[in-house]
Design a protein around this ligand. Structure first.
Ligand SMILES: CC(=O)[C@@H](O)[C@H](O)COP(=O)(O)O
Length: 262
C-alpha cells in the first residue's frame, strides 16, 4: 500500500477507483474488468444481484469473493427511505453483519436523479443503526454538508445522471462541496471516459465510483485499465499542484538566458 491511501470509515484502501458490478455480459467479464480496474471496493445492487439469496443460481460471491474485495451493497432501484433502509438491513444479514454500504434513493426511473429528502431520512436511520454510509447525492453543497452532519462516511455527488456518460457537468459545485466537507468526496455516476475521472481527481475528489463507462465500453477490460490510470494520474496531478493559468506567458518554455556562449 502507498502512503496516499483512500481512508473511509477508518479503513485504508490503495485504489481510489470504486466500481460497480452490473451491466456486464457475465460474471467472468465482470471479474476481468474489475481486475483491470485495480479497484478494492465494488458495489453490489442488492435487489438485482445474486449474493446467495437465490440458491441454485450463479452467485457474484463465487467470482468476486469478499475475501478479495470490499463489498459495498447499494440500494439501486429504491425510491423511498423505507425501501432503502429495508434493503440494507437485508444486505447486512446476507453479508455477515457487513456495515459499509452505499445509500442511493432515486427520484424517478427516467432520470435516476437522487431524491435528497428521502436520502436524508434514510441516512439518519442507517447511521443510528450503526451503518457506515457512503451516500449518493446531488451536487448540492448544502445537502452534502447536511449528510456529513448526519454522520455519513463519504459524500458521493453525481458528475451527471447515472448511466449518461456525460461527465462532470458542474465542476464548480463539486469545488463548493470539497471546500465544505471533511469526509471523503467521491464522484459517483455519469463518468463517460477516462478524462472525466482524471478531472474529478484533479479537482481534489478523493475517489471516483463508476459502472456504465466501463461495462458499456466496447472493450470493458481495456476501459477499466484506462480508468485506473486516469484516477492515478489525476490524483498525482492534484498532489503535484498544477501551474497557475495565465492568458499569456511572459516566459518562454525554453529560456535562453544563462545558456553557454551568451
Ligand atoms: C454502480 C453504482 O453504484 C451506480 O449506481 C452508480 O451510480 C454508477 O453510475 P454510472 O453507471 O453512471 O457510472
Amino acid at each position: 500500500m502507498s502512503n496516499d491511501n483512500l481512508i473511509i470509515a477508518g479503513k485504508a484502501y490503495s485504489s481510489r477507483l470504486l466500481v460497480g458490478t452490473g451491466k456486464y455480459q457475465d460474471f467472468a467479464q465482470t471479474r476481468a474488468a474489475i481486475d483491470a480496474s485495480g479497484a478494492d471496493i465494488v458495489t453490489v445492487a442488492i435487489r438485482r444481484t445474486n449474493i446467495g439469496q437465490n440458491a441454485g443460481e450463479a452467485s457474484l460471491l463465487d467470482f468476486l469473493p469478499p475475501s478479495e474485495f470490499t463489498y459495498l451493497p447499494n440500494t439501486a432501484g429504491c425510491y423511498s427511505a423505507d425501501d432503502a433502509v429495508r434493503t440494507l438491513r437485508l444486505a447486512r444479514e446476507l453479508l455477515d453483519d457487513h456495515r459499509l454500504v452505499k445509500l442511493e434513493v432515486l427520484g424517478d426511473p427516467q432520470s435516476l436523479y437522487p431524491n435528497v429528502v428521502e436520502t436524508l431520512a434514510a441516512a439518519k436511520t442507517l447511521v443510528k443503526e450503526g451503518f457506515e454510509v457512503m451516500v449518493y447525492t446531488s451536487d448540492d453543497p448544502i445537502i452534502a454538508q447536511q449528510l456529513e452532519d448526519i454522520g455519513c462516511a463519504a459524500i458521493m455527488p453525481l458528475a451527471s445522471l447515472i448511466g449518461s456518460g456525460m461527465g462532470i457537468l458542474n465542476p464548480w459545485n463539486l469545488q463548493l462541496i470539497l471546500e465544505r466537507v471533511k469526509v471523503p468526496v467521491i464522484v459517483d455516476a455519469g463518468v463517460g471516459t477516462a478524462s472525466d475521472a482524471a478531472i474529478a481527481m484533479e479537482l481534489g475528489c478523493q475517489g471516483v465510483l463508476m459502472n456504465t463507462a466501463i461495462a458499456a465500453a466496447q472493450d470493458p477490460v481495456l476501459m477499466a485499465s484506462a480508468m485506473r490510470k486516469a484516477v492515478e494520474a489525476g490524483r498525482e496531478a492534484y498532489r503535484a499542484g498544477r501551474m497557475p493559468r495565465k492568458f499569456y506567458s511572459a516566459t518562454p518554455s525554453s529560456p535562453t538566458s544563462g545558456m553557454i556562449g551568451r
